[in-house]
Design a protein. Structure first.
Length: 103
């Protein structure tokens, strides 16, 4: 164990053995050298992060988007009825694009 700790301090000079997760120490108890157990733990963590990021990307691609994004440029029938004739002319294109969404 003394050699394992020396190798750990050499490879991970900024980390304390006390900061290692319990899973690392469990692997060490099962016969895996300390540095190998640390590397395994880091790889497992990185793999979980990769899976989480992939799931987040997949979810984001299926998401409908925010309400703000969906309504940018959209004018409701109520908003159009409240416009002056000059405002209607000014916003005509937006009005025409918004009309199919009116119930």
């Amino acid at each position: 164990m003394r050699d394992d700790l020396a190798e750990f301090r050499d490879l991970y000079p900024d980390r304390s053995p006390d900061s290692l997760p319990d899973a690392v120490w469990e692997d060490v108890r099962n016969g895996i050298p300390l540095c190998a157990a640390v590397a395994l733990s880091e790889r497992r963590r990185a793999r979980l992060e990769e899976k989480a990021e992939a799931a987040n990307r997949a979810n984001a691609s299926r998401a409908a988007g925010s309400v703000r994004e969906a309504t940018d440029g959209f004018l409701s029938a109520r908003e159009v009825r409240a416009m002056s004739p000059a405002e209607v002319r000014e916003n005509y294109k937006q009005i025409m694009l918004s009309m199919p969404s009116w119930q």
